[in-house]
Design a protein around this ligand. Structure first.
Ligand code: CA
Length: 252
């Protein structure tokens, strides 16, 4: 039995310490990731397959999901699609783990809505850095501008509460999509290179080819456009360079 003080301490800890759910069927890798994240102060839960992962999320939505692509039964991709389809988990940050030979696959993972990916074998330290980067981006998005509201026509971004709406309908953007749209809105009319977008909306990663970086940005822009509907056309492609948000004449 805990004393009241212990209960309060436990509750406070639970409320502030980020909780990570690690979904990985290889016990050694799952244990290694859990060990490393716990050491860095995260609360960690693990799930050995896709169904377990969905059950765990239903019980308590974590702050971030580390999701292996290759799982028995329900694949990592399927788990991601299901999470993105539910309003409660549509924006849950996801770091995907992929095998090296699946370079094209990991791009598909991003297309499905992962916020970042890591190729196996990876260093545990790198994984921790990625997890911290994703959570920091989310935190920055929600705190940086002290309640600032960005608007462009029907699009409204509440940078403080991390809410995005279009004509008052919830947009359900992932943290990365939110950051991307925020950067484009803050610099509306001005062209941003893919490199600039990567620096501002992602933690730029060393050792990843330009081609992958380019495709990463393109993939997220495509998803963002789709979520914005007709207004998605306002995100203009500047060929061979990057993107800019062009709000039509007469629109505030
Ligand atoms: Ca696996």
């Amino acid at each position: 039995m805990n004393t009241l003080a212990e209960d309060i301490m436990e509750a406070t800890k639970s409320a502030t310490v980020p909780r990570v759910l690690v979904v990985e069927d290889e016990p050694d890798i799952a244990a290694l990731i859990a060990y490393q994240l716990t050491r860095e102060g995260f609360r960690v839960a693990t799930a050995g397959n896709g169904n377990e992962a969905l059950e765990a999320v239903e019980r308590e939505i974590p702050d971030l999901l580390v999701l292996d692509r290759m799982l028995p039964g329900l694949s990592g991709d399927e788990v991601l699609v299901r999470l993105r389809a539910e309003a409660a988990t549509a924006t849950l940050p996801v770091l995907m783990l992929t095998a090296k030979r699946e370079q094209e696959d990991r791009i598909e993972g991003l297309e499905l809505g992962a916020d970042d990916y890591l190729t196996k074998p990876f260093s545990p330290r790198e994984l921790v850095l990625r997890v911290q980067a994703i959570l920091r981006r989310m935190h920055d998005s929600s705190n940086a501008s002290g309640g600032r509201i960005l608007r462009a026509g029907p699009i409204r971004l509440d940078v403080d509460s991390h809410r995005s709406t279009i004509d008052d309908e919830e947009l359900n953007l992932t943290p990365t999509e939110f950051r991307l749209l925020q950067v484009l809105m803050e610099r509306r009319g001005r062209t941003q290179s893919r490199k600039q977008l990567l620096e501002k909306a992602w933690a730029v990663e060393a050792g990843v080819s330009d081609r992958i970086q380019t495709r990463t940005v393109d993939m997220h822009v495509r998803r963002l456009r789709a979520k914005l509907g007709p207004v998605g056309d306002w995100i203009k492609t500047v060929r061979g360079f990057g993107y800019r948000l062009k709000v039509p004449e007469g629109v505030e």
